[in-house]
Design a protein around this ligand. Sequence first.
Ligand code: SF4
Length: 66
Amino acid sequence: MSIRLNEDAEVVRLIREGLEKKGGYCPCRFERKEEYKCICEEFKAQMADPAFEGYCHCMLYYKSKD
Ligand code: SF4
């Protein structure tokens, strides 16, 4: 399993800017809940799921199975 940033530097820049504005909470979600603090609970679960491969909700990170 490996995690990398989105290959598009502009996406990374925009999401990081959004994270900064929201104090570390997911910029793609409306509410500032603990579970939405980056790295959010959803992506943590996806990282732990051996069957999952793909981007996190915001597309900042990409998880590969191998
Ligand atoms: S891991 Fe991705 S979806 Fe989750 S909070 Fe961070 S940027 Fe948003």
